[in-house]
Design a binder for this molecule. Structure first.
Ligand code: A2P
Length: 291
């Protein structure tokens, strides 16, 4: 597997679009000017790939922070996500326009289905997901979206989409960090031309306090957070670390001057479950399951 060599390297999506290999995440980054300032600081720290979602409620501030940074829109890779209440063809087309307006831009680089509709919610789950995806495809063909993908999908949900789609999902963003890797889904995606992205690559909380990880990181003169970001990259995954602190934003991308050994990779994979959010498509928070 090819491992990215520098922060400015990109992954190539199935349609040829290049995506910067580390993104800045904004889940739970609050409003009231915080997200705006953080996004500006992230761009100043060198990030050119910003990840948000309609449900984060901060798309407007992400757009403001990007404009404050003074860096041209063309140099930024911007991802946002479609929320579960907007499922279906027409509502999806409207959701794209809403996000474009909130972000203050005329195109989105990558638009993701935030959660699949699942069998537990509706026996029509396949049809509902297919109709949503048809909206994605048409907005993509209209040039509003440069790339389209999914998030929190398992193999069965993607295979179901393939039955009716004309454009295959190019990305699957899922929870991935030491202590919770979903590695079978990750490998299946990668073997099928789908880029796996990691949300919560630092597994906020328990993972960062884990002593075994701290000891491995110290062996490389690195922090546990840097070890986590590197662990994603060495698995061919695109990590989306987040921090509201400028020094940590900068530190989290200093991961190209060391390589985790094979033995340490194995030791990390062998860790017991750690920092799992408990969010899975079938047991996600109730609103994430809405039809
Ligand atoms: P903070 O915003 O105060 O830096 P994840 O990306 O896995 O969801 O983790 C995000 C959490 O990890 C945030 O609470 C963030 O807090 C914290 N964090 C981010 N970078 C670091 C770091 N380098 N060291 C310690 N904590 C970090």
């Amino acid at each position: 597997m090819e491992i990215k060599k520098s922060f400015t390297d990109t992954y190539e999506l199935a349609n040829g679009v290049q995506i910067p290999c580390i993104g800045y995440g904004t889940w739970q980054t609050p409003g009231g000017g915080v997200t705006r300032a953080c996004v500006k600081a992230a761009v100043e720290a060198g990030y050119r790939h910003i990840d948000t979602a309609y449900i984060y409620g901060n798309e407007d501030e992400v757009g403001e922070g990007l404009r404050d940074s003074g860096v041209s829109r063309r140099e930024i890779f911007l991802t946002t996500k479609h929320w579960v209440t907007e499922r279906g063809y027409e509502k999806t087309l409207a959701a794209v326009d809403t996000s474009l307006k909130l972000l203050g831009t005329d195109y989105i680089d990558l638009y993701l289905v935030h959660w699949p509709c699942v069998a537990k919610v509706s026996e029509r789950w396949k049809e509902i997901n297919a109709e949503t995806w048809r909206g994605f495809e048409d907005a993509y063909k209209a040039g509003k979206l440069r790339a389209i993908g999914v998030s929190n999908y398992q193999q069965k949900h993607i295979e179901a989409l393939w039955e009716t789609c004309s454009v295959k999902p190019m990305v699957n963003q899922l929870e991935f960090h030491p202590g919770y890797t979903q590695i079978d889904t990750v490998r299946w995606c990668q073997n099928n031309g789908i880029l796996a992205e990691a949300w919560s690559p630092l597994g906020s909380g328990a993972v960062l306090k884990n002593e075994a990880l701290a000891a491995i990181a110290a062996g490389y003169g690195k922090t546990t957070a840097q070890l986590c970001v590197r662990f994603a990259l060495q698995n061919g995954i695109l990590p989306l670390p987040k921090s509201t602190n400028a020094a940590r934003m900068a530190a989290n991308k200093e991961v190209f001057d060391f390589e985790i050994s094979e033995a340490d990779m194995k030791a990390i994979f062998a860790l017991p479950e750690l920092g799992f959010s408990t969010y899975l498509p079938e047991d996600a928070p109730a609103d994430a399951l809405a039809e």
